[in-house]
Design a protein around this ligand. Structure first.
Ligand code: URA
Length: 209
């Protein structure tokens, strides 16, 4: 079973409070989502392998560490996931960015893929799939299905706010995927919104309603 990591870092909790507030405007919301993504990426990449190299400092020759060439990919789930990409790229500029887009079939209510574009060396990359909200889990499960179908084998999932229902669905469907969450909320309401949540993350990021 994949591990579920809930971040309790004070900076993450502080910034989350402000994205939850109903009177936080689009500009501030977008900035905070990116900052949260950066802070979470810092934690998620904690186990990346490093290699020792020899460098010359102004003082002497020294041994020091660099990342061991691990290839990373960030995959936002359209559309709200896009709001987290820049924050991660700030920290890992060499990461490639794929995209997965899904819509809900109005009859079956199931997510159906309409756009998938991943880096070509998909099997060699470690992917971080991002979506600010993990609600029912249906979209996250289907996005990861789409990636695995195309050869992705090493996947982590990162979101800002999750409902327990979504975490259960995702970890059962993809036990090999570790899940990283800034806040684990109470529940889903009858419309599928996370409670207390922050409303519709896509609308708040892009100023639509
Ligand atoms: N998607 C959102 O943007 N917000 C929710 O509360 C649930 C799903």
């Amino acid at each position: 079973m994949g591990k579920v990591h809930v971040f309790d870092h004070p900076l993450i909790q502080h910034k989350l409070t402000f994205i939850r507030k109903v009177d936080t405007g689009t500009k501030e919301f977008r900035e905070l989502v990116n900052e949260l993504a950066t802070l979470m990426a810092f934690e998620i990449t904690r186990d990346l392998p490093t290699q020792e190299i020899t460098i010359q400092t102004p003082v002497c020759e020294a041994k020091s560490h660099i990342l061991a060439g691990k290839k990373l990919g960030i995959v936002p789930i359209l559309r709200a996931g896009i709001g987290m990409v820049d924050g991660i790229i700030d920290l890992i500029p060499a990461a490639k960015v794929g995209h997965v887009g899904l819509f809900r079939d109005p009859e079956t209510l199931k997510p159906v893929e309409y756009f998938v574009k991943l880096p070509s060396d998909v099997a060699e990359r470690e992917f971080i799939v991002v979506d600010p909200m993990l609600a029912t889990g249906g979209t996250a499960v289907e996005a990861i299905n789409s990636m695995k179908k195309r050869g992705a084998v090493n996947i982590k999932f990162m979101c800002l706010v999750a409902a327990p229902e979504g975490v259960e669905v995702l970890t059962e469907a993809h036990p090999d995927v570790d899940v990283y969450i800034a806040a684990l909320d109470e529940k889903l309401d009858e419309h599928g919104y996370i409670v207390p949540g922050l409303g519709d993350a896509g609308d708040r990021l892009f100023g639509t309603k």
